[in-house]
Design a protein around this ligand. Structure first.
Ligand SMILES: C[S@@+](CC[C@H](N)C(=O)[O-])C[C@H]1O[C@@H](n2cnc3c(N)ncnc32)[C@H](O)[C@@H]1O
Length: 210
């Protein structure tokens, strides 16, 4: 009995190790992922998120607060040659890193936009989707930035925000409640379309211009 229990435990551990290594291998094989990103991408899977937001070849997406391009590279691959990614951040160093990364991967459909804390500096009326992940709780002036994203959207464009939810994530500060998110977006000129709650730590908010 004891023997078969420990045998089952060993098999279970092996299965977990194989599944985890498989996920890491799959991401590295694509050449898309830097080592630090693996942990984040397991909790915020790029393919599942792109499917959820309806990102398709030929679309134009703005990655606001793109950082070192964790999601930009997946977006560039998904939208393809006929689409575009506007990768925005306020840190020039991160954008230079992102540009080199895209060059290495052969993406020619990524345009970097150095912004200020309140302006994304993305051209007007170009985006099907303006997207933010792990960014909202870092914003110094969230309402002002959200307001200034509105002109960048096409008439039926969507603002998508992936943000840590306080109870699910256990983060008291680096998170935003649903109530607060909807209130601030409302102040900035958006109405809530829907919320997806399947991620372990985050909610995905979909907003349209009012
Ligand atoms: C935790 S990182 C997330 C980066 C990337 N989205 C990711 O998930 O890997 C937060 C990023 O937001 C950027 N950021 C902060 N305030 C910003 C603002 N007002 N406009 C654009 N980017 C901003 C930071 O410079 C940083 O690169």
């Amino acid at each position: 009995m004891e023997n078969s229990l420990s045998k089952n435990l060993i098999i279970l551990h092996l299965a977990v190790v194989v599944a985890f290594s498989g996920a890491i291998w799959a991401q590295q094989k694509e050449g898309f992922v830097e080592a630090w990103e693996i942990r984040h991408n397991l909790l915020q899977p790029p393919v599942k998120i792109m499917d959820t937001i309806g990102l398709k070849p030929g679309m134009v997406i703005g990655d606001v607060g793109a950082g070192r391009g964790r999601f930009t590279v997946w977006f560039a691959d998904r939208v393809g040659d006929k689409g575009k990614v506007y990768a925005n951040d306020i840190l020039e160093k991160s954008l230079r890193h992102l540009e080199q990364r895209c060059e290495r991967l052969g993406f020619t459909n990524v345009i970097t936009c150095l912004g200020t804390v309140v302006k994304p500096n993305i051209p007007d009326k170009v985006l099907d989707i303006a997207f933010m992940i792990n960014v909202y709780h870092h914003l110094e002036k969230p309402v002002e930035l959200l307001k200034n994203i509105i002109p960048t959207l096409k008439p039926d464009g969507t603002l998508v925000i992936v943000e840590h939810e306080p109870v699910k994530s256990g983060y008291a500060t680096e998170s935003t409640s649903e109530e607060e998110m909807v209130k601030k977006a409302d102040e900035a000129g958006y109405k809530l379309e829907k919320i997806e709650t399947f991620l372990a730590r985050d909610n995905i908010y979909f907003f349209k211009k009012k």
